[in-house]
Design a protein around this ligand. Structure first.
Ligand code: SF4
Ligand code: SF4
Length: 238
């Protein structure tokens, strides 16, 4: 693959508002990817990961997450950034197709298995393999520049793009998110690809907490405390 095409994809993503761009080699994770999303995903050895940094002001407001004046801007931002990521992913897929390759954009917010609360493809896995960040003890992607204050989307492709390298876990001795979670859904066990998510995260506790919360518009509430509290995401850490 000529570098200019990859550079054009990155430039397109960033011109359209993405703050993060990386390419993952999925071959080492093909079994996991196919088990979650289906055997047809075998035809995509690469995936582009794109991310958008969330407003610090809005995320900092989550410390008052029982106050509708704080949670409404977060919910609005969450939905609009997801939708924007979907637009950027679709545009990248179009550019790839025009070049003669297959491309499949994966929606930013997706749950295809409500019992496990997982989507077709893990955006975190793609971003981790692309070298954009590691999976933290809050089970979110922690990026160098923005901590977990991001939303992610992915575009699967067979275009022979140059992939980044997986980033290792780097939470160190920090346990801020584990201590701050109101329902102790996080166990504090560092991420390992060899262990199931249940070792680190009780998804039912987190989901149950959010289901009980009513959002400012009468919809299901979000929580986001483990996004707010992570010191890696604070503006002062940049
Ligand atoms: S979103 Fe809230 S409930 Fe869920 S893990 Fe994070 S802090 Fe805990
Ligand atoms: S709060 Fe600390 S332990 Fe949790 S994800 Fe951030 S750096 Fe890791």
């Amino acid at each position: 693959m000529h570098d200019s095409f990859q550079a054009r994809l990155e430039r397109t993503a960033k011109e359209q508002g993405a703050d993060l761009f990386g390419v993952a080699d999925l071959t080492s994770a093909v079994d996991f990817v196919c088990k979650q999303g289906g055997e047809h995903l075998k035809e995509f050895p690469r995936a582009i990961s794109i991310g958008i940094h969330l407003s610090d002001q809005v995320v900092d407001g989550l410390q008052r997450h029982d106050d509708p004046r704080a949670i409404l801007p977060y919910e609005t931002l969450y939905c609009s950034v997801n939708s924007h990521l979907d637009q950027v992913a679709m545009l990248l897929a179009r550019v790839i197709q025009v070049e003669g390759y297959e491309a499949c954009p994966i929606p930013a917010s997706q749950t295809v298995d409500s019992s496990k609360l997982v989507g077709t493809v893990s955006h975190k896995l793609v971003a981790n393999l692309a070298g954009l960040g590691w999976v933290g003890k809050n089970c979110l992607l922690i990026t160098q520049d923005y901590g977990p204050r991001i939303r992610l989307s992915s575009v699967l492709t067979d275009a022979p793009l140059r992939a980044g390298s997986r980033m290792d876990e780097d939470c160190g001795s920090c346990l801020a998110c584990v201590r701050f979670c109101p329902v102790t859904a996080l166990t504090g066990v560092p991420f390992s690809s060899l262990e199931p998510r249940e070792v680190r995260f009780a998804a039912d506790l987190c989901d149950g907490y959010m289901t009980k919360r009513t959002g400012p518009l009468g919809d299901q509430g979000l929580c986001g405390l483990c996004v707010y509290v992570c010191p890696r995401g604070r503006a002062s850490a940049r």
